[in-house]
Design a protein around this ligand. Structure first.
Ligand SMILES: [Ca+2]
Length: 697
């Protein structure tokens, strides 16, 4: 590399490190939301144009100088100096003296510190209405995820669209943005939707018909109640939470050596998740048992199973293990990315490096062990993977630049949590066996004043009902995350959730009985033009079924699904011949079922939000895999009759609906007058590949 290009590269790299005030840029972007045009969201908003390496935040333009001057004044007066407040204070001033106010220039995508860059007369015509909308936006419900939850009032809306408070919040958005909600989905669609949603399996045609013929206004509600009572509910939602809590079976298990990413027999934690959900154990209690089950009930193996959450993080490197515990506990339960504070103070959120290590001190004493279970003394054959405090005196030190070779040994750190989270870490109550640190932390997390725990949980639940979250960044509610479109709805649901003892079933029912949830998924050109991404939930978004639900559906429609619940994880190699629900198969690094991987099964290391892909191999799997072929054979064999009778029955079994006239005609023609078994199987295979088979509408 030439010396000059080297110098340029160095200059660029240093520029990135010192010039950027990413925190300010991000704060302004969050504050002004979608009103801040991309062109104005630049360093040039406050700095001179063309500067690649401003030092000490200089040189500033007139607008930047004004903001900086105000900061100094406020600081002297002992008043808050946050950038958002200063931005608002100078909004109506005219820093560059070009006759247009700062805020109008910004909203129109111009630079308020450069007199030469001024909105045109045409642009200025729109300024009044734009400014009005911006002011209304500023006055609207503020998203303050770090403040304790206050239940907002339910908006009063005209008309009778809403069935419950969720709808009132959503209807308000519709009327503000002139969106027309879609009508209610037809009964068959609605029943298929809610059944997959709550238990991960299809309804039968008989259930669809019973619902279609039930005129009672309470019919839907009773179906929801039945579904929530089904033991299949815990399996369906258990798998969802296994994504967030990073369930993994042990990988590298070879005769007891080389274990990573988990522990043997960790399936007992999976069973605990399923059973707790079915019993509607409060989310708060589940969190406490996962983090500190051994401190809550040291002799109760049923509770100890929950600490599989911690056992799951095990790695032969203690450092990597501790890092995973700290980072992912905050991602999962607080929606905060504190990992970067391991090496330096957090760029966006006010988390100091030392605070990261105080969090680590909460977990420092713990280790994982295998306990014998009744009836089996050999823990290699069976056992209970659990957490316990192994070293009550284990010390935690800050690592310089995150480097474990450089601990600051002169200052052992006490456990604690970042100060900006406001609620104080309670004094741990230790015993002879435990430090009580994890229980104190779990109590802190589930303290009703903790602003984040319940908000994050509600967001995860909503996302899995609608296919999109309310807060777009599910694991980052911090400054670098994205603001929700409906902050008041998030807070209302959160307040409701906590008040109803963190009951997830209560929340599910509230959501699925709302009018918002019951809308058709059909598109609408006018709505699409206003809100392409459906941020205002003017329809139900159609979605691909998750991997586990696709496989389970295949087995269910063929009448082969084995509903035995729980027990040790199954060998993924038997996924084509053992017909248990998909969540019971080994889920570990390099040991996942191929069929599930094709449909975007969750990653083992982390999966807070699944991503849908559409690849040709999925169609091939449904058309050619031995599983599809075997199920098609079973299903075709079990239907009697030829021609029309066969076609109708095949549609009803596979898709839980009747064929349309055209579909019926074409399929009868395909079968021929004397259909061979091979023809019948082919028709069923075609239906497995119908887009509705892998889609919920
Ligand atoms: Ca100006």
């Amino acid at each position: 590399m030439h010396r000059t290009s080297m110098a340029i590269l160095l200059a660029l790299l240093t520029a990135g490190a010192t010039a950027a005030k990413p925190a300010h840029k991000q704060a302004i972007a969050n504050h002004a939301g979608s009103f801040l045009p991309a062109r104005a969201n630049e360093c040039r908003l406050c700095h001179m144009p063309g500067e690649t390496a401003p030092k000490d935040d200089k040189p500033r333009n007139a607008f930047g100088e004004r903001l900086e001057g105000l900061r100094a004044e406020l600081k002297k007066a002992g008043k808050p100096t946050a950038i958002e407040g200063r931005f608002d204070t100078v909004a109506d001033e005219d820093a560059d003296g070009d006759g247009v106010s700062n805020i109008v220039e910004i909203l129109l995508g111009h630079f308020p510190g450069e007199a030469s860059d001024k909105p045109s007369a045409d642009e200025l015509k729109t300024s009044e209405s734009l400014l009005g909308k911006y002011r209304r936006y500023l006055a609207s419900y503020a998203w303050k995820p770090f403040d304790p939850i206050q239940r907002p009032a339910v908006p009063k809306v005209d008309g009778d669209w809403g069935k419950n408070p969720i709808d009132a919040f959503i209807a308000e958005g519709h009327s503000e943005r002139e969106l027309t909600p879609r009508p209610e989905a037809d009964k068959g669609t609605l029943l298929r939707r809610v059944t997959f949603d709550l238990i991960g399996l299809p309804p039968t045609m008989a259930q669809v018909e019973a619902f279609e013929n039930d005129p009672s206004p309470k019919a839907f509600e009773s179906i929801v109640d039945e579904l929530l009572k089904s033991p299949r509910y815990g399996e369906r939602w258990g798998r969802h939470w296994m994504d967030v809590w990073r369930y993994s079976d042990a990988a590298g298990w070879s005769g007891g050596n080389d274990i990573r990413d988990s522990q043997p027999h960790v399936w007992r934690w999976r069973d605990w998740i399923v059973e707790s959900l079915n019993a509607d154990v409060g989310y708060d209690r589940m969190v406490r048992e996962m983090l500190a089950g051994d401190e809550i009930a040291p002799a109760d193996q049923k509770v100890l199973r929950a600490t599989g959450y911690l056992a799951r993080n095990f790695k032969s490197s203690r450092e990597k293990w501790m890092t995973d515990v700290v980072d992912h506990t905050f991602l999962a339960f607080q929606g905060l990315t504190i990992g970067c504070a391991r090496c330096h103070d957090h760029f966006y959120d006010p988390i100091e490096q030392v605070e990261y290590y105080r969090v680590r001190a909460i977990f420092e004493p713990h280790k994982i062990r295998l306990d014998a279970v009744p009836g089996e003394a050999d823990t290699k054959k069976d056992g209970l993977a659990r957490a316990y405090d192994a070293d009550l005196k284990a010390a935690t030190y800050l690592y310089e630049r995150g480097d474990e070779r450089h601990p600051v040994k002169s200052k052992p750190l006490a456990p604690g949590i970042p100060a900006f989270l406001k609620v104080a870490y309670p004094e741990p109550k230790g015993t002879k066996e435990t430090t009580g640190r994890r229980l104190a932390f779990a109590n802190w997390l589930t303290e009703t004043k903790n602003p984040l725990t319940a908000r994050v949980a509600v967001n995860h639940i909503w996302m899995r009902h609608f296919g999109q979250p309310l807060v777009p960044s599910v694991f980052d509610f911090g400054k670098n995350g994205r603001r929700p479109q409906h902050p008041a709805l998030v807070d209302w649901l959160t307040a409701e959730f906590v008040e109803k003892k963190w009951s997830m079933k209560h929340l599910h029912k509230l959501i699925v009985t709302s009018r918002t949830y019951r809308q058709a998924s059909t598109p609408d050109a006018k709505n699409l033009a206003i809100d392409r991404d459906n941020l205002d939930f003017w329809r139900m978004a159609p979605r691909r079924l998750e991997a586990e639900a696709v496989r389970d559906r295949l087995l269910a429609v063929a009448g082969k699904l084995d509903l035995k619940a729980g027990g040790p994880e199954l060998d993924p190699a038997t996924g084509l011949t053992v017909f248990r629900r998909s969540l019971y198969f080994r889920h570990a690094h390099e040991k996942q079922m191929q069929f599930l991987k094709l449909f975007d099964a969750p990653g083992v290391t982390e999966c807070y939000q699944r991503r849908e892909s559409i690849v040709p191999q999925q169609a091939l799997a449904l058309a050619n895999s031995p599983l599809s072929e075997a199920m098609a054979k079973e299903l075709a064999k079990s239907i009697s009759g030829d021609g029309e009778a066969f076609v109708t029955a095949a549609f009803e079994r596979v898709l839980a609906r009747r064929p349309t006239t055209d579909e019926r005609k074409e399929c009868i023609a395909f079968l021929g007058s004397k259909p061979t078994p091979a023809r019948r199987e082919s028709l069923v295979l075609v239906l497995f590949n119908h887009h509705e088979f892998a889609t919920v509408r």
